[in-house]
Design a protein around this ligand. Structure first.
Ligand code: BEZ
Ligand code: FE
Length: 303
């Protein structure tokens, strides 16, 4: 057959996949063709609209470089990133929930021990906070020597990677043999996703805002346990119900409490009273886990 119309074209394209050897690739391609054609039929896509879509995707590609991944940002604001997290990371009961990685993780951050000061070298001062907690298994037993990769935006809502500066408010914090970790930082603030590119254009066209509720990022890893890529959000943040990338989970909202402890404040170089966040991470064991996310290792490329 050589002549196709809107009713026969989809099957014809799918038929061309008949000799594809890899069954997973065949399934992905078949479904992609089916859904793309169904979309075009559903909206009766015009040639102008098709070309506008091509222009948009071209601009998204052109905005990407080794520091900026506009396609991931597009996936984030369309909820696709969180859909993939939901499908692939069904955490064991009681384990810390996973959420979106985002574009600002970087390898090679400084390693710290218990009591790290992530404020060192930070060019934008914020509200001091002391973050403490434990890394536990879902059975409640502490896990010794876990690693916590921590990163967050500065108080002006900008990540260190968005400027040409050094790493700031970022570090690989090792928990101690008792499974406890602690570090000083600044309280995170809500911020805008990068909107100076085509994704920003798209968000503005929908009339939605482009803000993310305040959060710190954490990747918690320990041998024998599933690594978790997660956030800790800030209770009371005005954007918790409207996160631009749909990444909020109720179980990930933390309370930043005012603490009056002059001796500790002095030791930490903080004004008294200061803020404290007490937060435990709970990891599922590797064996019992359903499906693990690919682990982020020191050798991986920047996301
Ligand atoms: C972030 O949390 O860093 C982030 C996540 C998705 C899009 C933009 C930023
Ligand atoms: Fe973030």
């Amino acid at each position: 057959m050589r002549q196709f119309n809107e009713d026969t074209l989809t099957d014809a394209v799918i038929a061309r996949l008949k000799d594809v050897k890899n069954p997973r690739f065949k399934k992905l391609m078949t479904s992609a063709v089916k859904h793309l054609h169904a979309f075009a039929r559903d909206v009766e896509l015009t040639e102008e609209e098709w070309f506008e879509g091509i222009r948009f995707l071209t601009a998204v590609g052109q905005k990407c470089d080794d520091k900026r991944q506009e396609f991931i940002l597009l996936s984030d604001i369309l909820g696709l990133s969180m859909m993939v997290v939901a499908l692939n990371h069904k955490t064991a009961r009681g384990a810390t929930e996973a959420t979106v990685l985002g574009p600002f993780f970087a390898h090679g951050a400084k390693e710290y021990g218990y009591g790290a000061d992530l404020r060192e070298g930070c060019t934008v001062k914020g509200e001091d906070v002391y973050v403490t907690g434990r890394v536990l298994g879902v059975d409640g037993k502490t896990i010794p020597n876990a690693a916590l990769d921590i990163w967050q935006a500065k108080a002006d809502g900008i990540y260190d990677l968005q400027t040409d500066g050094e790493f700031e408010l970022r570090g690989r914090v090792k928990a101690n043999a008792k499974g406890e970790y602690a570090f000083a930082s600044y309280k995170p603030k809500f911020y805008s996703i990068p909107v100076d590119g085509p994704v920003g254009e798209l968000v503005r066209a929908t009339g939605n805002h482009h803000m993310r509720p305040a959060h710190m990022h954490a990747i918690v890893s320990a041998p024998g346990y599933q690594q978790v890529i997660t956030h800790v959000f800030v209770e009371g943040d005005p954007y918790l119900d409207g996160d631009a990338v749909f990444a909020v989970k109720d179980s990930l909202v933390g309370k930043y409490k005012k603490v009056n402890d002059a001796a500790l404040a002095k030791k930490l170089g903080m004004p008294n009273p200061f803020l404290k966040l007490a937060w435990d991470f709970r990891l599922s064991s590797e064996k019992k886990g359903v499906k693990a996310r690919k682990k982020i290792a020191a050798s991986d490329a920047v996301a």
